[in-house]
Design a protein around this ligand. Structure first.
Ligand SMILES: [Zn+2]
Length: 512
């Protein structure tokens, strides 16, 4: 603490004349949802989060579509829709090829907030934001988040990597699995990764008075994906015997997360702003819709050729459907107009689809590309984005068995929890009005960059898609300090070299 105070004083002197807001610490809790946290907060099980919330403006933060960690965190750090930043998924197709490769930060087509602050004095420290590998050459330190490309440096500046490895820091693993009998080992591993990430965050935080410090803790998401079924008697895979042993695992990880958060928050000076957010909410998987099987069924009304022309980038998750198109996809026969026509019929069909067992739609929303993506990268996005209804998971189906199963059934995924739209946000700081944000307002990940820039006393580019979460700011302060919008975000161009392209491996499904 003392070191931070002294360093802040030195820094204030060296920057006199240049307006600088208080420092901002952004804490990402991947997959956090009030639905899960509220009861624990009330029961006093998460005292540090509770104490922070008591001095925060807080509420629900909507994700973006598709609400997966790569597009969602990229929207949180760039302030624009995937149609502009260009990251839609964990994977992407190589141009004019059937080959699907892991997506990387090289596909990002707009500047993240840390690049906007470059060359402006106090530096930034960014730890484990998903989809930041390869790391940016920031004014400060960046420890990349997953997916990681093998054989490449994942820390900037690269000379810092050996010491971070020597601390025993663990990067997120690429694949999520929960083999029977290995539950305890998987949980121990998640706890250890969380422990090590907080250790690194605390160490780097104390190194210098960062202007922006952004760290994302991702084990909260992983544990919910894998261990949800042990707390969910309504899950078709609920087993009282294993539930006896592993029920409460999610709570255990959160309780430890809260203790570690308490230690970390204690290092942050009172006059700093703290913004806590999740990239999406969470809920159970209790039933599966098999898109591949459905499209091949007679009841769907689609021809075999049409079914074959619809593909997914993922081998399990089929919520994002792509239509093969001439000039884009090898072997395609459909022109862009014909692809668009099939897209419209798919949307229409999905919008009226019901699960015969419940009589209800398996989707909260069905969106076509042009309805949800805005920006020059939109064409890269899926033609259809299916937002599952509570309890549903959209699976591709039993492709390897030739799509023999019915269109609906019990989930076959190893995951028992899945993302939902509603994440969380909390903002604490000297000019914040604590209390719940008005529920008649909608806040989203797109509001994070404008709000962060405002808190940093920085101008806000005019072409961001969101707004400052003004109802969380003290009204007198807001009156005296209206946001200043100025300039445009520069596009970012960092394509891979052919050698780097060749180096990227086809990574397995990660589902974060
Ligand atoms: Zn996830």
């Amino acid at each position: 603490m003392t070191a931070v105070v002294i360093a802040t004083a030195i820094l204030t002197l060296s920057n006199c004349g240049k307006p600088q807001g208080p420092p901002l610490v952004v804490i990402g809790l991947d997959g956090a949802t009030w639905e899960k946290l509220d009861p624990w907060l009330e029961q006093g099980k998460l005292p540090n989060l509770k104490a922070l919330r008591d001095r925060s403006a807080y509420g629900t933060l909507n994700s973006v579509m598709p609400y997966l960690s790569p597009p969602a965190w990229t929207s949180a750090t760039t302030g624009v829709n995937p149609g502009r930043h260009g990251i839609f998924d964990f994977q992407r197709r190589l141009a004019d090829s059937d080959k699907i490769v892991s997506e990387t930060a090289n596909s990002r087509r707009t500047q993240p907030i840390w690049n906007l602050l470059k060359g402006e004095g106090p530096r930034v420290c960014i730890i484990n934001v998903p989809m930041t590998d390869p790391p940016d050459e920031v004014d400060g330190v960046m420890v990349s988040g997953f997916p990681h490309v093998s054989g490449r440096n994942w820390v900037y500046p690269p000379e810092r990597q050996p010491e971070i490895e020597a601390m025993g820091y663990l990067r997120d693993q690429m694949e999520m699995k929960l083999p029977g009998g290995e539950e305890q080992a998987v949980l121990d591993s998640l706890m250890l990764i969380q422990e090590k990430r907080f250790e690194l965050a605390k160490k780097l935080y104390q190194e210098e008075p960062w202007r922006l410090f952004w760290v994302v803790f991702t084990q909260t998401d992983r544990v919910q994906h894998l261990f949800w079924k042990f707390d969910d008697p309504e899950s078709p895979v609920y087993d009282p015997e294993t539930a006896e042993k592993f029920g409460g695992s999610i709570e255990r990880l959160w309780v430890r997360c809260d203790e570690l958060l308490g230690e970390f928050i204690a290092l942050i000076p009172e006059d700093a702003n703290i913004l806590v957010l999740s990239d999406h909410g969470f809920g159970p998987i209790r039933r599966e819709f098999r898109a591949g099987n459905y499209l091949r069924s007679t009841e769907s009304g689609f021809t075999r050729d049409e079914a074959i022309d619809v593909f997914t980038l993922d081998r399990s998750d089929a919520a994002r459907l792509y239509v093969r198109q001439l000039g884009k996809d090898p072997g395609a026969t459909r022109t862009s107009e014909q692809a668009r026509e099939l897209e419209a019929r798919l949307a229409e069909r999905f919008r009226t689809l019901v699960d015969p067992e419940t009589g209800k739609s398996p989707f909260d929303r069905v969106d076509e590309k042009h309805e949800i993506f805005k920006g020059e990268q939109s064409e890269k996005g899926p033609n259809i984005n299916l937002t599952p209804a509570p309890g549903y998971y959209v699976a591709l189906g039993d492709r390897d068995e030739g799509y023999q199963l019915p269109s609906f059934g019990d989930p076959r995924s190893t995951l028992s929890g899945w993302h939902r739209m509603n994440g969380i946000v909390m903002i604490a700081g000297p000019n914040i009005k604590p209390g719940p944000l008005p529920t008649n307002e909608v806040h989203s990940l797109l509001d994070v960059v404008p709000t962060a820039l405002y808190l940093l006393d920085h101008t806000i580019p005019k072409d961001l898609y969101g707004k400052v979460i003004s109802s969380g700011i003290d009204p007198a302060y807001w009156q005296a300090h209206p946001p200043v919008t100025e300039g445009l975000v520069q596009p970012e161009s960092n394509p891979l070299t052919p050698e780097e392209e060749a180096q990227i491996k086809n990574l397995p499904y990660v589902g974060g």
